[in-house]
Design a protein around this ligand. Structure first.
Ligand code: SF4
Length: 252
């Protein structure tokens, strides 16, 4: 079963294609929790749930009753008709972790249909789950924004960094780039070295560093130290426009 959490038409807020009009589909479920990001969301039970800034799309136990079960590819395609979209608008598949559905027929057929209509498809992924490029060649035509998790996520190294998967995604897809969420404190705790150790698996893939934060205030606190970090390493700084503009509001 595939779960969709929300969809919205907006501009891409982060990474290489910042500012590009894009239709976002956010899928529910993830193979990680990233509680180290320290974002809180109140469940309908009133319970405070800790996780990343999209914890409502990750935590099945507390939020899956809000997710939409998808049983047919056409249900996903119908979403495009709900908006007045420019022809072949960019489609961003995000989550949660959208690649948990990489082998689902409904999902692969959706990708094929989008590709046939000329859409550029970007996956926002944590880069820990591989896809079968031989069996499903449509993935070769996709862009992979690899937000490989760092130790500030509090996920175990073995789970968050898989060199073979990083190499496979970056060498088979038509385009890919790294996106890292970084807070000011982590910069002084050897985070540059962590990024180097991830880049070993794909040295020519471009790096974009974004300030960590689920709110405008937190984002601002991490911005200037991160800009200095990017200047010293030669990495690209990427803002997170959606948070900068709309703060904690979802689906914009
Ligand atoms: S991998 Fe991404 S979506 Fe999943 S818990 Fe971590 S930050 Fe959230």
């Amino acid at each position: 079963m595939i779960y969709l959490v929300e969809h919205f038409y907006s501009i891409q807020g982060e990474g290489k294609y910042t500012g590009t009009p894009s239709l976002f589909l956010r899928f529910g479920g993830c193979n990680m929790k990233c509680e180290g990001f320290g974002c809180h969301e109140t469940a309908s039970s009133g319970e405070d749930v800790l996780g990343c800034d999209t914890v409502y799309a990750v935590n099945k136990e507390h939020f899956s009753h809000l997710w939409i079960p998808i049983k047919q590819t056409q249900e996903l395609l119908n979403i495009l008709n709900l908006y007045e979209l420019p022809e072949s608008v960019d489609i961003v598949l995000t989550g949660g972790e959208p690649l948990i559905y990489a082998n689902e027929e409904i999902f692969v057929n959706f990708l094929k249909a989008l590709d046939e209509k000329g859409h550029k498809i970007t996956f926002e992924t944590n880069g820990s789950l591989n896809v079968d490029f031989l069996k499903y060649p449509v993935y070769k035509k996709c862009i992979f924004a690899l937000s490989v998790k760092l130790s500030n996520s509090n996920e175990p190294l073995k789970k968050r960094v898989n060199g073979e998967v990083i190499y496979s995604l970056t060498s088979n897809a038509q385009e890919s780039f790294f996106k890292f969420s970084i807070d000011a404190e982590s910069i002084n705790l050897g985070l540059g070295e962590e990024i180097n150790n991830i880049r070993i698996h794909s040295p020519s893939t471009q790096v974009y560093c974004m300030p960590l934060g689920g709110s405008k205030e937190e984002l601002q606190r991490n911005t200037e130290p991160l800009i200095e970090f990017c200047k010293s390493k030669g990495y690209n700084f990427s803002d997170r426009l959606h948070i900068r503009i709309w703060d904690k509001n979802k689906g914009v």
